[in-house]
Write a protein that binds this ligand. Structure first.
Ligand SMILES: N[C@@H](CCC(=O)N[C@@H](CS)C(=O)NCC(=O)O)C(=O)O
Length: 235
């Protein structure tokens, strides 16, 4: 049985959606990143990058959400065009766009907007601009196509969904006015029972919600190199 190392945040949610859509049996192992559980030696043996999600499947260990989507699609034979299919090239391009653009810029936009100490105008503007630019590219594409690959719902729509859920937190509550096509895809996927089951996973476990000093130490280890409390955002 697949063991799914999970926290209720965007990258693990992509994997939760795939597992639910495909019907592959799995067992959830919660990893509370605000409590520092990503640094437990047992978890580092699975993901040396100390981030969720990760999976184990018999002898196979896979970390990074997008690698996991590809692994599960290969294994299940679902949601991925076959080798040599032109659509597969498209899928890989858009998946890497999500992996290297949407994900990291959204993550940094959230960090600077919600968690970094002032002064931060330059960084907030830089990451908000790049995150908006990336979502704008998705929106223009989805303005012409029902799904990221046209008529077929694939794993790349699941990768987009994981982050699209968080758009108001990343870009602000007005963001949907400029991204109607991303919102349409989000609403369509949200209406699917698999997405509702993926979202509901978080209700089975209690994860730390507070971003207190202990959570900041776990989530932002770079702050240990800063000497004064103002720079660490703790005063
Ligand atoms: N490239 C990785 C990024 C994983 C990632 O940043 N995961 C976040 C949750 S969305 C996490 O575990 N954060 C905890 C931490 O940074 O300590 C992926 O796509 O899986």
């Amino acid at each position: 049985m697949i063991k799914f190392y999970y926290h209720p945040s965007p990258n693990p949610l992509k994997v939760a959606l795939f597992l639910e859509e495909s019907g592959m049996p799995y067992e959830v192992i919660p990893v509370d990143t605000r409590r520092g559980e990503q640094f437990a030696p047992e978890f580092l043996a699975i993901n040396p990058n100390a981030k969720t999600p990760a999976i184990t499947d018999g002898d196979a260990t896979v970390f990074d959400s997008n690698a996991i989507l590809l692994y599960l699609a290969d294994k299940s034979g679902q949601f991925l065009p076959g080798p040599g299919d032109a659509a597969r090239g498209q899928l890989l391009s858009w998946l890497m766009f999500v992996a290297t653009g949407i994900g990291p810029y959204s993550g940094q936009a959230v960090h600077f907007k919600h968690f970094a100490p002032a002064p931060k105008d330059y960084a907030v503007n830089r990451y908000a601009f790049e995150a908006e630019r990336h979502y704008g590219i998705l929106d223009a594409h989805l303005g012409k196509h029902r799904y990221m690959l046209g008529d077929a719902y694939t794993l790349v729509d699941m990768a987009v969904w994981g982050w699209a859920r968080a758009v108001p937190f990343v870009l602000g509550s007005e963001a949907w006015e400029k991204l109607p096509h991303v919102k349409r895809l989000l609403d369509e996927v949200n209406a699917q029972p698999a997405a509702q089951r993926a979202e509901a996973l978080k209700t089975r476990y209690t994860f730390k919600a507070e971003m207190d000093d202990d959570a900041r130490t776990a989530m932002f280890p770079q702050n240990a190199r800063l000497t004064d409390e103002t720079s660490r955002g703790t005063s």
